[in-house]
Design a protein around this ligand. Structure first.
Ligand code: ZN
Length: 134
């Protein structure tokens, strides 16, 4: 695999507005984008931190993935995303190695990136995302 850096860390929050205030007023970061990803049932806010972003995720539906995560575990780190070159080949190689893939093929995520998730049962407990800018 060809991983260049951590693209973003996804953090599940209950209240996007209140969380943005914390990242801006307390941490001194600047929110540069807010976007809704309808098929993931989330509203997202992005902060650039060096090469890496912090992606805050607020659920728009209690039955969505973030709604369920918060119900079970409360607010906190939800996933980590690696920037990769050749996302299709990476998924094929992981599949060959028996790694459980949530997405067999890349799909469109926030910011127009191609993304795919790996199951935390196959990654020692971390929900991992691969992303590629095309
Ligand atoms: Zn993500």
């Amino acid at each position: 695999m060809d991983i260049s850096h951590i693209e973003h860390i996804g953090i599940a929050v209950k209240d996007l507005e209140a969380s943005i205030r914390f990242y801006e007023d307390v941490l001194g970061l600047t929110c540069y984008a807010i976007a809704e990803v309808a098929d993931q049932k989330v509203k997202t806010a992005f902060f650039q931190v060096g090469q890496t972003k912090v992606e805050l995720l607020e659920s728009t539906d209690p039955e969505g993935p973030i709604g369920k995560f918060i119900e079970k575990k409360g607010e906190g780190v939800h996933h980590m995303a690696f920037a990769v070159k050749g996302i299709e080949q990476s998924l094929a190689r992981l599949d060959e190695k028996g790694i459980r893939l949530i997405d067999q093929k890349p799909r469109k995520g926030a910011e127009g990136l191609d993304i795919a998730f790996l199951h935390p049962k196959s990654t020692h407990g971390v929900l991992m995302e691969l992303c590629e800018k095309k």
